[in-house]
Design a protein around this ligand. Sequence first.
Ligand code: SAH
Ligand code: SF4
Ligand code: F3S
Length: 481
Amino acid sequence: MKKDINYINIVEPSIKEARKRRGAEVLIKNFILEPKYLNLGAGKKYMLKTYGCQGNLADSEKIAGILEMMGYVETNDELAADFVLFNTCAIRENAEERVFGEIGRFEKFRKKNPNMLIGICGCMPQEERTINKIKKTYPHINIVFGTHNIAELPKFLYNAIIEKQKTLEVLSIEGHIYEDVPVKRDHPKKAWVNIMFGCDEFCTYCIVPYTRGKERSRRPEAIIEEVKELAKLGYVEVTLLGQNVNAYGKDLKDINYTFADLLKDLNKIDIKRIRFTTSHPRDLDDATIDAMSLGGNIMPHLHLPVQSGNNRVLKKMNRKYTREEYLEKIKKLKEKVPGISITTDIIVAFPGETEEEFNDTLTLVDEVGYEGAYTFIYSPREGTPAATYENLLTDEEKHQRLNQLNERINDGFLKGRLRFEGHVVEVLVDGPSKNNPNMMTGYTPHNMLVNFEAPNAKVGDLVQVRIVKAYSWHLLGELVK
Ligand code: SAH
Ligand code: SF4
Ligand code: F3S
């Protein structure tokens, strides 16, 4: 295959550059669509494939907003799409492999639909290795950009459609904040609200601080205004997003305003449910726990990733807290927010993790009583400190630990759900269940999935459901008439 690397503008990422924190000024930029891009998408269809965290889901809603402002309409027909964009995640190796498999599949569709444009954005292009692979194996991708220049998508499409040129433009900067980007929200009643971007924690295994830039907070006024507007539009639930929401406000030098202050202000707004993710155990402070204890629209659930239950491993991960400090915070949370449901993320088989160290994770799981957890096998990420650590475990050991951990946490999940049997809980309806279209699904305040029969319920309704049976991963309920 001919390799035509005929890009209009090549800006390649640099992990070394992305690591730097120089204190560059954060600009607040307002998104404006230049008139020459306004009808570029008229009569054209787009398909957006999103991978990764809620941050990426929220970005995709903005990308969809921009595309629709340009006249594009969404399609589910893979062969009919004029523009297919992959918004990608770089957190683990297997997520990356899946994306390249999918891109390969769409390259074949182009034989039938030669006008189809293919683009890739998000966290993967922020990595040098992805760009090298694209240049070597996927040189026909039309548009390659990263997490910092979503707002320039109209220009990249103009380059492709009008100038017939490809774009590769990935910035390794500390980052800015865009306001007023149009958003096409996926759910009619639940909304993501970014409160901050980036991450400065530099956990040694993690690529995010390199792909998303430094921690930078939106102004409180902008967030409060957005939540009030969502409430006015009839939204029932907002989830505040940041890689480390407990660091919110630390970079706003002209005001003294923290995440706890934000929660207290949002607590006064007439919207039913406020959630947030993700919290970092080191930065979760008493003021936040106190704000959570206000209850009301602040939901009794906290996702508090622990990663490991062993102090040596936590130190190697650069998590900056000990097992004891973590457990102390859990104790406070349980005291101040009675009945709170706690969920977590855990990495097994970090380089050099011994059997005893892994056992510390198992005992911590029992002590906390998690009611949900995402568990992962450690995946080395090029450019991060842990990628150079030695004493990797064998594949067999990795899978054996993951299975052992999953069995242990499943027991805990069931225990946590059994407490709801016989209780009536409020459920926000999400729609028909994927496995059984006769059942509706939705989430309780404790963020537990419930399946129940409700032929007349609509997406976004708040209904009362009596829990009849608890399973490890969901609850079965019946609608209270
Ligand atoms: N900012 C959040 C979540 C970031 S990514 C936090 O700090 O909790 C979500 C989860 O992916 C992490 O909590 C971690 O458990 C997992 N993860 C991150 N990097 C990983 C890696 N290199 N290998 C395996 N799991 C990883
Ligand atoms: Fe990654 Fe750690 Fe930042 Fe979470 S807090 S995004 S795990 S570096
Ligand atoms: Fe993945 Fe980037 Fe989110 S690496 S987890 S999409 S911040």
